[in-house]
Design a protein around this ligand. Sequence first.
Ligand SMILES: Cc1cc2nc3c(=O)[nH]c(=O)nc-3n(C[C@H](O)[C@H](O)[C@H](O)COP(=O)(O)O)c2cc1C
Length: 385
Amino acid sequence: MSMAAENLTSSAPSTAPAPAPKLDRAAIAAIVASGKRLLVQGGMGIHASDGLAGKVAAARSRRFVGVGTISAVIKTPEHLRAEIQRAKATAPGGFVGVNLMAAINKADFELSARTALDEGVSFLVQGAGISRDIIRWCRDAGTPFAGIVSSGRLAAMYEKWGAEWVVAEGAEAGGHIGDIGHPLPTLVEEVCAATSLPVVAAGGVHASDLGRYFAQGAAGVQLATRFIASSDGDAHPTFKQVHLGKKAEDVAIITSCVKGMKARAVRSPFTDGLAAGKSYPPRSKAWYFGPSGYMGRKKACIECLAEGLCKCRASNFQESFCITDALLRAVAQGDEVQGLYYTGQSLVRLPETKVGELRSVQAIVDDMDVALDAQDGALREAALG
Ligand SMILES: Cc1cc2nc3c(=O)[nH]c(=O)nc-3n(C[C@H](O)[C@H](O)[C@H](O)COP(=O)(O)O)c2cc1C
């Protein structure tokens, strides 16, 4: 059994989880009023961000408050509990939340949400699809809810429904990006105009862009790809290496099996195969989940997506690909042939070229402090204007 699979069974439900502080609208307003901004680590599915949330939430910074996000995707309740408890132990009193995608299997979605709420996380954030149920579950549990949006219209809707903050995610982001991508600078403007909620800017954000988004009114930024390229985090060293030394031509936009959405990945034999019309039906996942399968589901297709949303399953496995196989192979095994390496456009701006050069989350946050210091002029001008 792999180490990751062993972890799935190693944690018993906690009886009295110490709750993390709530990241609600008032907490964000207080942070902004103190002169700081949020530095959110974006949740990355299928274990790509495991091990990062606590490090970001614990980072010391003069300019930012770090916020860690754990992805619930393809985690059993035991695994999700273990990852939340690990992050809280790394960052006592820090902001640790959980990312859920409404496109996943409906029963898994509810179980993950309820597990996260039971563990007392700082917030739940929803991407890839919209479920209003989760907003109700959060309200009942007294846990702030945040929505990931790609338009001002959706931000306004989330505000009406009771969200505490929104992540404006531009077309430069990693993983699933939808069909209509707004570049982040115009999206931030649109979203800030459409809602009074705090807005976090995500997608392709580089240290040199920070002042620009804060001048537009963002309460924080969310980064994901930058944190993949860190010496912290559990992703396979090859997963990290595949992101380094890349240029624009090394990025592929694929059609995902998830509703046929567009997604951004590092160009690889797998993405070239997809572009040539090859299909990748599901294979046994016993190598990762062990003989009892994922949530007791032992077939090659573990039905990870909500009914009707998987193009591969809908075609009786004749078309498209199995996303759990492809992403797991990349993150857990570093398989350069059968793995799919989701990434953000910001990979072309990563300075490191070898895994041995990667620095800690703390060192990356230190760079952000220095970069924002250098951009203070833009912030002052915005305040005066
Ligand atoms: C490998 C990878 C996996 C991701 N998985 C998810 C996910 O499961 N749910 C989600 O809402 N966003 C996901 N994202 C998007 C990030 O959370 C983040 O918002 C975005 O990538 C930010 O852009 P950046 O990577 O350029 O910093 C993923 C991104 C990457 C690179």
